[in-house]
Ligand binder design. Structure first.
Ligand SMILES: Cc1ncc(COP(=O)(O)O)c(C=O)c1O
Length: 494
């Protein structure tokens, strides 16, 4: 991002009398390699930004040059706008570097890597309660977005196969999701020609999928429902079990069976260790597939997701490519072909190193810290939390019309057992309190984010909550929430 939108820095530089020369002298004539800042990348040399330079220069200078430029970036561990993991232990870093050149798509060349990949798929499907005797199928992806697209595609293809078999049209598929859906879910609908039925959320639905509105939006063209375990905006877990019951009843009444894909980008690696509001995994037969981001609460660096189907029959055959590649035969059902193999090893490292107990400790610590911060924020009187993990199980608050005193009253202090509290992600989502807004009407919520940015923290700021914003039905394209996302992109929103 340029510092100023109305000034073209390149034009400005070009107009200055003492601009760096366009000619690049031979590096050996200018460079003093003992000291990087005395090298050819010094004053007097033009560094092309948009063309590959005619001649290269030594690795040390270039490393420093790029490193210096990257100082303008935010710091990943102060980036609270995404849930992506920023720290791994030295031994994991070492393992990643030792295997950084391995391509996950070269199955024949890296059989040990592939065996570890399969073990990870088994470990994750067991974590998500795959019933005994059921053989799950799944794969690593580059993140939850790719995994969600694969899960959605499988639901679409199965629906099409069923419809064709019954001689019915297949041109108007639709899928349900709450208005809080992360952009990856809407992208699936738009990219794969499925109508997105976006169900409005409200304070009553805790800013999540509103189960009371599901029934009215179903029909014979519904390929499935995306249920989010861990809403990006407030951390709430959507009601998977209740959705499943609604769909059971719908099937009894109409004979139409509609599957669930659980978007567990964050929550599918939190709920197994902290509990949720009822069942959410493969113990529910209607849950056909689940995704997670290994790079979020799987605690691996960015570039890893997982998708698991409850059995082979849930992944239509025409999505599986049999490749005869580099001398071997392999099955491929990802959108990307090449992708980093080292991330999978890092995930396996975590599984073996932490064990379930280790993950449990990390998640409980994160929740404890988030609760502490929520309580402190509300006690200030300036803010009220929309997230609910610091409130007693079953008690929700902090939304529109709730004053700060009420919020604090609803909080429980001191107990560390996650079952005492509402389930959810270790996320603190807060807004200015009504009292604060009354007293300081000129203070905009976005400025809190800007002030924190000055300290290095990247905190997303969504527009001030007003019920109409959340309740208004929106279309899959140009939606209200998408507009807000764009408008707020400068405040670190996604
Ligand atoms: C609920 C949810 N789904 C999907 C995604 C997309 O995940 P990824 O960034 O791994 O593609 C996110 C990312 O924040 C998310 O929160």
């Amino acid at each position: 991002m340029s510092l100023s939108k109305h000034v073209d820095p390149d034009e400005l530089m070009a107009s200055l009398p003492q601009r760096p020369t366009k000619h690049q002298p031979h590096p050996h004539k200018r460079a003093t390699h003992h000291y990087i800042y005395g090298s050819r990348y010094s004053a007097g040399t033009a560094i092309p930004k948009f063309e590959i330079p005619g001649q290269g220069t030594d690795a040390g200078s270039i490393h420093q040059l790029i490193k210096d430029e990257l100082d303008l970036d935010g710091r990943p561990n102060l980036n609270l706008a995404s849930f992506v993991n920023t720290y791994m232990e030295t031994h994991a870093d070492q393992l990643i570097m030792e295997n950084i050149a391995k391509n996950l798509s070269d199955a024949d060349e890296y059989p040990a890597l592939m065996a570890i990949h399969s073990r990870c798929v088994s470990m994750i499907s067991n974590l998500w309660n795959i019933p005994k005797g059921q053989t799950a199928i799944g794969t690593a992806t580059t993140g939850s977005s790719e995994a969600i697209h694969l899960g959605g595609l499988a639901m679409k293809r199965r629906w099409q196969e069923r419809r064709r078999a019954n001689g019915k049209p297949t041109d108007l598929p639709n899928i349900l999701m709450g208005a809080n859906a992360q952009v990856a879910l809407e992208k699936f609908a738009r990219y794969f020609d499925v109508e997105a039925r976006i169900i409005p959320v409200s304070e009553e639905s805790r800013w999540c999928l509103d189960s009371s509105r599901i029934r009215d939006n179903l029909d014979e063209n519904t390929i499935g429902i995306f249920v989010i375990l861990g809403s990006t905006y407030t951390g709430h877990f959507e009601p998977v079990e209740e959705t499943s019951r609604i769909l059971d009843k719908y099937e009894q009444e109409t004979g139409i069976s509609i599957p669930i894909h659980v978007d567990g980008a964050s929550g599918a690696m939190v709920a197994p260790f902290t509990g949720s509001q009822g069942k959410w995994g493969f113990e529910l037969p209607r849950v056909h597939s689940i995704n997670t981001s290994g790079h979020k609460y799987g605690l691996v660096y960015p570039g890893l997701g997982w998708i698991i189907w409850r059995g082979e029959e849930y992944l239509p055959k025409d999505l599986i490519f049999e490749l005869h590649y580099l001398g071997g035969t392999e099955q491929s059902y990802t959108l990307n072909f090449s992708r980093p193999g080292a991330q999978v090893l890092a995930q396996y490292f975590n599984f073996l190193h932490f064990g379930k107990e280790g993950y449990k400790t990390v998640m409980r610590n994160a929740l404890s810290n988030a609760r502490f911060l929520s309580n402190a924020i509300e006690a200030s009187g300036w803010y009220v939390c929309l997230s609910d993990i610091h409130r007693k199980r079953g008690i929700h608050g902090g939304g529109i019309g709730k004053g700060v005193k009420e919020g604090v009253k609803e909080a429980v202090l001191g107990d560390d057992n996650p079952h005492v509290y509402n389930p959810g992600l270790p996320v603190v989502a807060f807004r200015l309190s009504d009292e604060f807004k009354k007293e300081f009407p000129h203070v905009k919520q976005a400025s809190i984010s800007t002030l924190l940015r000055a300290k290095g923290y990247i905190i997303p700021s969504y527009r001030d909550s007003d019920e109409s914003r959340f309740s208004r039905p929106r279309k899959s394209s140009g939606s209200k929430l998408s507009e807000d996302r764009e408008e707020n992109s400068e405040h670190g929103t996604r």
